[in-house]
Write a new protein. Structure first.
Lengths: 338, 224
């Protein structure tokens, strides 16, 4: 449904995007993550034809946006529904008229577009708020109106640019739930651009990591997340913050007892991928490392598979080597962690 | 000097009301016409400016220079300079109808600049959203810029209107009619302090009323 081929964008002398290839099949929710400056905004502007790529093609449902201009581009844009971080509703219009706006632009009759808008507001759960102005709605409600508006012209693709970045976490969950249910119900293809790993984890089927204007990693969420040793996986399932006291001993302890200085410095990180938590513990126990050696861990079940990471803390380098060898022998990914 | 004063003064009892009505008529007509012509001019200025929908440096420069030249000419001189034009349009160089012509010419660029600034307040995101829905430039102007800037546009019309009240008084100096003419011919030239004070009071009331109505309307259309 969405096909990017060899996309490249240069501003002056700086390369914003380089060799972006991306393919999102119909009905999939695809996430694009990256830190600020990674090229996310440029990518979305190229996707919508607001920015013309230096080279490469952007095709939505087989229509190449890069060789459209004027009315052709305006027509093509109607096949994309766009959800913005700051929603961008018109303050001078009620919720109903905001949702009807894309249809007004497309020249649909007033009665028809208002009926459709009413139906969409019903779908997003705001059937009782049709006559409210944006200023009378909460942040989450505004984003619901924004989503309803994006769907008004029955687009094939829903493009969401940081849709939840301005919302609190429970509202975020509601909005993500809404996007997922709309995909299930309408079969629409969704592309979400975000810097929030939690968004990716919660609703995406597949994910692309952008770094320095390039695709650093792309694939199905379950595969990417369970890839041992990958930075993206570490970002997607982060370990809880470890307090410094547990990580390294205080200086004075070291002075009193030289051996103690190294006591907690031997950390072993284990990836839960293609394995299960009990298996890891069994292997650890075979070399005398019990569950009490677990310093931190994060485990989630994604698409029916347990994924995550566990960090063991060990007394000596020899012990940690032994543990890594035992785990590797059992086919479990383990590495010395800093 | 035993002229009748205040409510016994015929300049106040008989001429004040028609003069006030003339001032109101001049203000209303010139405000209406200034908005009618100034709004499109302001939109044109804005869309031609840098980052505008139809950005064009040459067009913007030319419009800008015309607007600024007109705005920089002192109004009293503009009225005199426009006497032949006023005579051509309304058939006479005297009376409030002739004054409306010069008032309008003077107010159009003033309002157009205020329009340009009001439109600039509309957030980029709203425009981008409309463009993403496939809106043409005309649709963006009519459906996004103007309705979203409406409270500002009404506020600008109020400011223009209040400025025009003071201009009508100036026009009185060159035979323009209204409260300005009354104040000058009786209050100044015939030393009638009471007429002068009465004119000032009525002008203050008119300005207060215009501001009050303008604020009311602006608030009524403001849904932010």
């Amino acid at each position: 449904m969405i096909e990017l081929r060899g996309l490249r964008k240069v501003f002056g002398g700086t390369v914003a995007l380089e060799q972006i290839d991306l393919s999102v099949p119909a009905g999939e929710i695809h996430g694009i993550v990256g830190r600020s400056g990674a090229g996310k905004s440029t990518l979305i502007r190229c996707l919508t034809g607001l920015e013309r790529p230096t080279s490469g093609t952007v095709a939505i449902d087989g229509v190449d946006l890069t060789d459209q201009s004027g009315s052709g581009l305006r027509e093509a844009r109607r096949s994309i529904g766009m959800v913005f971080q700051h929603v961008n509703l018109l303050d001078s219009r009620t919720a109903l008229k905001n949702v009807a706006h894309p249809l007004q632009i497309a020249g649909v009759s007033k009665a028809e577009r208002l009926a459709k808008a009413r139906e969409l507001l019903e779908i997003v759960g705001l059937g009782d708020r049709v006559d409210n102005y944006p200023a009378q709605l909460s942040g989450g409600q505004k984003q619901r109106v924004g989503i309803a508006r994006a769907l008004a012209a029955e687009p094939k693709v829903l493009l969401c640019d940081e849709p939840t970045s301005a919302l609190d976490s429970s509202t975020t969950d509601q909005i993500l739930g809404l996007i997922r249910s709309l995909r299930d119900r309408l079969g629409i293809t969704v592309l979400i651009i975000t810097h929030e790993m939690s968004v990716i984890r919660e609703i995406c089927d597949s994910v692309t990591l952008l770094a320095d204007g390039r695709v650093a990693k792309t694939g199905k969420l379950a595969e990417v997340i369970s890839e041992p040793g990958s930075d993206l996986a570490k970002d997607l399932v982060p370990l809880p913050p470890i307090s410094l006291d547990d990580r390294a001993p205080a200086e004075d302890t070291e002075a009193v007892d030289g051996a103690a200085g190294n006591r907690t410095n031997h950390l072993v990180e284990v990836a839960l991928a293609g394995t299960t938590l009990p298996k890891v513990l069994t292997s650890a126990q075979s070399v005398g490392v019990g569950a009490e050696a677990i310093l931190a861990g994060a485990v989630e079940t994604i698409e029916g598979r347990q994924v995550g990471r566990i960090r063991f803390t060990l007394a000596t380098a020899a012990e940690s080597k032994e543990l890594i060898t035992a785990l590797k022998a059992a086919g479990i990914y383990a590495e010395e962690a800093a | 000097m035993n002229d009748p004063m205040w409510f016994d003064n015929p300049a106040i009892t008989q001429q004040m009301l028609p003069a006030a009505i003339e001032t109101l008529l001049m203000t209303a007509w010139s405000t209406g016409l200034a908005v009618l012509f100034g709004l499109p001019l302001g939109i044109w200025l804005f869309t031609a400016s840098r980052g505008g929908l139809n950005s064009n440096a040459v067009v913007y420069r030319v419009l800008s220079i015309i607007v600024d030249i007109t705005r920089s000419i002192p109004f009293i001189i503009l009225i005199i300079a426009l006497i032949p034009f006023a005579r051509f349009v309304v058939g006479s160089a005297l009376g409030w109808q002739a004054t409306v012509v010069s008032l309008t010419i003077g107010a159009i660029p003033f309002y157009a600049r205020l329009v340009e600034n009001s439109l600039r307040e509309v957030s980029e995101g709203k425009v981008e959203a409309a463009l993403m829905m496939g809106a043409s430039n005309g649709q963006v102007v009519r459906q996004v810029y103007v309705p979203e800037a409406k409270p500002g546009l009404i506020g600008a019309a109020t400011v223009t209107s209040v400025t025009l009240v003071s201009y009508t008084a100036m026009a009185g100096a060159v035979g323009g009619g209204g409260l300005g003419a009354l104040a000058i011919s009786y209050g100044y030239q015939r030393y009638q302090a009471d007429t002068m004070i009465a004119c000032i009071i009525v002008l203050v009331l008119i300005v207060t009323l215009i501001q009050f109505i303008g604020d009311r309307i602006a608030r009524a259309v403001d849904h932010r």
